[in-house]
Design a protein around this ligand. Structure first.
Ligand code: SF4
Ligand code: SF4
Length: 453
């Protein structure tokens, strides 16, 4: 905390006035090296968002969430809904990565990669500057007030509609989206209804809710207090250097860092949950420091610990613990993708059944056999018992032809000689082949009469 704090600090959110009414935050457009870097990152992410479902890798879309056919294209690889283990590992890896990143780098994600911030600060805020001028930097809009307001809202709506279509393309692909556009409205009325609801909702978010998403609603933002500690690197004001303001300290109390802040806070009051680490205040303060011929980075990326002690450190137990978990998850992901089989198979003895006496010297067991094709090619499935070797079996449908993403669920009867059953039961192993190529094996148990019975 700084030595000089705003008297009303923490009495209410910075976008609420003393009567409890919403204050509209009109942040000045930042200028400086951090804003340039953030612009490059943001537009690269926007380009990825638009192009990822369009570009192809090895004939597959780079990214496509094909929920209708229960398959996902991730970086060109096809993952089916049957690959639940891989999807679970991917999700766990993403969660741990975000947590680890937050422990070490605070809300870096919020200011730099969160879709809400990218859209709000890089698109909608720029549209606003175009029609209303750049607040407090003296640039006024060329459009008269009401015309500017109306035009701004029309453009907001059109931009949201465009990105809603891009979002739909992540589920349908480009060809699917074009098909929807070309078909009569009645054929896809559910898609158009969803498009309208999403567009109106996000228009409302960007036109009216704005920074409140980050400061009040986002659950990730609310978790920060638990994840961050004194060694977390955040955008921080060096109060040791800055205070006392206007006197011996470097802070001239110009208020520049406050007027550029998109969440309306004063970073000189210390690390706050409303800070999304956007770095706008760093750029603004550096402009002032240059003008005053003082050293830059009075506000910078630093931990409270390093400002307090002058030492820099990201080495703490939680960082190592999260890194270890992340490493394990990434290894598990690589192993799962590498060892991914083309089919999933299971052989389970039919519940509630015992062995059947087929003849004086042979017995049989009934099993439930399930095979799922996890590839985009047709499979001509052949079966071969590996244990007991080449046992006779009966299946109503054989050979099994599995179409792309197809599955087989049927009953298989396995017969074997009674004199083989020396212990009452024996292991069974079934090989699943595509013609002559082995794809997978699955195991079960064969039960028979107890020896001597
Ligand atoms: S305090 Fe600085 S880094 Fe934090 S949100 Fe405001 S301008 Fe961005
Ligand atoms: S921009 Fe820098 S000098 Fe101006 S009030 Fe903020 S911290 Fe102080």
């Amino acid at each position: 905390m700084t030595s000089k704090q705003n008297k009303t600090f923490r009495e209410r959110p910075d976008n609420i006035d003393e009567h409890g009414k919403r204050k509209r935050i009109k942040a000045r457009q930042p200028k400086g090296k951090w804003y340039t870097r953030r612009t490059i990152v943001a537009f690269s992410l926007l380009l990825f968002f638009v192009l990822a479902p369009i570009i192809k890798v090895g004939g597959n879309p780079f990214m496509l969430l094909d929920i209708v056919h229960r398959k996902f294209h991730l970086m060109g690889a096809t993952v089916y809904s049957q690959d639940g283990d891989i999807m679970a590992i991917v999700m766990a890896t993403v969660v741990v990565f975000v947590v680890l990143f937050t422990v070490v780098f605070g809300r870096f994600w919020c200011g730099w990669a969160c879709p809400h911030t990218v859209f709000m600060e890089m698109i909608f805020r720029r549209i606003e500057y175009l029609f209303h001028g750049n607040y407090q930097r003296g640039r006024r809009s060329k459009f008269p007030g009401r015309v500017a307001l109306a035009l701004k809202h029309v453009i907001y709506f059109v931009v949201v509609l465009f990105f809603t279509n891009v979002f739909i393309m992540w589920f349908t692909g480009l060809s699917g989206l074009i098909l929807i556009w070309k078909s009569p409205l009645i054929d896809y009325w559910q898609v158009y209804a969803a498009m309208l609801v999403v567009t109106v909702f996000y228009y409302w978010i960007y036109a009216y809710v704005r920074e409140s998403v980050c400061t009040l609603f986002c659950p990730y933002g609310r978790m920060q207090g638990v994840l961050m500690d004194a060694k977390t690197i955040t955008v921080a004001y060096d109060y040791k250097r800055g205070e006392p303001r206007r006197l011996k300290g470097d802070c001239v109390d110009c208020g520049g860092c406050v007027v550029v802040c998109p969440t309306g806070i004063d970073i000189r009051n210390g690390t706050q949950l409303e800070c999304v680490n956007c770095t706008a205040c760093i750029d603004e303060c550096n402009i002032i420091m240059k003008r005053m011929k003082r050293a830059p980075n009075l506000i910078r990326f630093a931990s409270n610990y390093s400002i307090e002690t002058g030492k820099s450190s990201i080495k703490n137990l939680r960082t190592f613990a999260y890194s270890a978990v992340l490493l394990v998850l990434l290894s598990a992901l690589v192993v799962s993708l590498w060892g991914r089989t083309e089919v999933d198979a299971s052989l389970l003895r039919m519940p509630g059944t015992m062995y059947q006496e087929v003849s004086v010297d042979s017995i049989s067991n009934i099993y439930q056999l399930k095979i799922v094709n996890k590839t985009e090619g047709v499979k001509n499935i052949r079966l071969k018992f590996l244990k007991p070797k080449n046992s006779a079996f009966f299946l109503s449908e054989y050979p099994i032809v599995l179409s792309e993403d197809g599955s087989f669920d049927g009953v298989i009867v396995l017969k074997r000689a009674r004199f083989d059953m020396k212990k009452g039961n024996a292991p069974v192993e079934l090989g699943i082949y595509d013609e002559e190529r082995m794809l997978e094996t699955t195991k079960a148990t064969f039960i028979g009469p107890k020896p001597g019975s």
